[in-house]
Each structure stands twice: as C-alpha cells, then as structure tokens.
Design a protein around this ligand. Sequence first.
Ligand code: LIP
Length: 277
Amino acid sequence: MASEEDKYFEVALGLVKSAGRMVRDAFDRPFSEVQTKASNTDLVTETDQNVEILLTRGLSDAFPDHQFIGEESAAAGKKIEFTDAPTWIIDPIDGTTNFVHRIPMICICVGLAVKKELRMGIVYNPITNELYTARTGQGAFKNGFRIYVSKTEEVRHALVGHQIGSQRHQELINSYTSSFIAMMVTNEARGIRSFGSAAINMVCVAQGSLDAYVEYGLHCWDVAAAAVILKEAGGVVIDPTGGEFNMMSRKVLCASTKELATQLSGMLTHANYEPEG
Ligand code: LIP
C-alpha cells in the first residue's frame, strides 16, 4: 500500500516534470527579461517566478496543510518559517545566471522536510534531461539508476567544486581566495570546478563526478533537495567548519568520504554568516 510520502513524492515528481517543460521552452527562446533582487549580481526572470507558482500551487492544491519555503516567494517578502509541518523547499531555477546566459547547467530543486528532517529531494535539469531523486533510507537515483559518491579520501586526489555566488563582500572574497590557494597550491587538489548551480555541484558529488564541493552565502533552497540526494548516494554533508549540516546556515561542505570532508574543513578559511529564518 502506498504511504503518504509515496504520494508526496509522486505528486512532486509530476509537477517538477511539468515545470521542466516550462523551463525548457523558455530556454529555447532567445531572450529572457532579467531583473535583479538583493544585488546587481542576484538575477531573476519571469520563468523563475512562473515555475515557483506552478510548483507551489500544484503542491498546495494536493496537500493544503503543507508549508512552503521558496526562493522567489522569499524575494517577494514572504518570511522564511521552518516549522514541524511538512515543508516544501523550492528553488524554481537553481543557476539563474546560467539560464540567463543560456548555459545548460540549471535545475529545478524540490526538497521536503517533515518535522524539520529532510525526507526527499528532486533535482531536475530539463535541458540535459537529468533527473536526480532520493528519499531518506531508499538510495539516490539518476534517471532511475542508483548513483554513488567516489571513494576519494585525500584532497590531492580530489576534483573540488568551489564557487562564489551573488554575494561579493570582502570577508567572503578573502575566504574564497585563501581556501583556493590552500586547496590548489598547498595541497595540490586535482582541480577546481564551478558549475554555477549549487545543486548541480552537489549532485555531481553524489554521482562521483566531483569529490567535494564547498560554498558560503547560499540559501536553504539551493541545498535542501540535493543534500538528500548526496547523503543517499553515500556522501557527507556538513558545515564547512566541521559541525553538523544546517540548511539554514548559508554554507555547505559536501564530500565523498568523511576523511576528505575532515581534511578540507581543516584547510578552509571560513566566512561567517547569520543563519536565515
Ligand atoms: C545560485 C546558486 C549558486 C550560488 C548563487 C545562487 P540561484 O542560486 O545555485 O550556486 O553560487 O549564490 O544562490 O539564485 O541561481 O537559484
């Protein structure tokens, strides 16, 4: 017999696929109206807003007592409230700058938390047709096939995702550059990649393409869905300082193994953030 969570997952998946068609159609058109939000480097398009409306309406019609945290609703002034109620955490397009520049590394992210525990994650790139899904305790999948993290334990064998987002304050830039030097020069990491979408960086760790990923200044909607996928693929998701992962803390360190996470955490220069919500 189907459980309540099976139903949540099926409904969310159907809506994500519809949202994917909307994103794909917009991506094929030559131009998007671009607006800025918190800063000149924080972009939003009509497609981000329409996708969030499609997902939120569809889910709240199906599950009227569920709550929502969404990137564009928060940008429009909705307070971020994280309670014990089933809460959908939505990023309609993660990688909006890529979308605007027609770089096909974008995804729709939908995560669900129940009693403040993340229970499922869906990350869908409708351009490359890569669908990542996971539910707690049930493994992680890409287009229906199981995925696993790499076995890399040392930075000198690791390909690391390291990224600067829309925020450009001095402490963040300093932390980014000195961490970059520690990883690339002092410890000779195999390389650094920056895909322009937190969730794509995270699912790349989940499928073993990257060995680790670190970023500061993020929001919960960038990481919630992909965190479930990464954990279910056998990966480690922690606070970059080495503490427990908190999706509201605005920072994340992902790694294929505990050893790699610990080594990286020890060499990073950490930037401070006030948690959101
Ligand atoms: C973006 C992230 C990106 C990060 C940016 C921003 P958006 O999300 O995916 O990795 O560097 O700060 O948060 O705005 O495209 O949904």
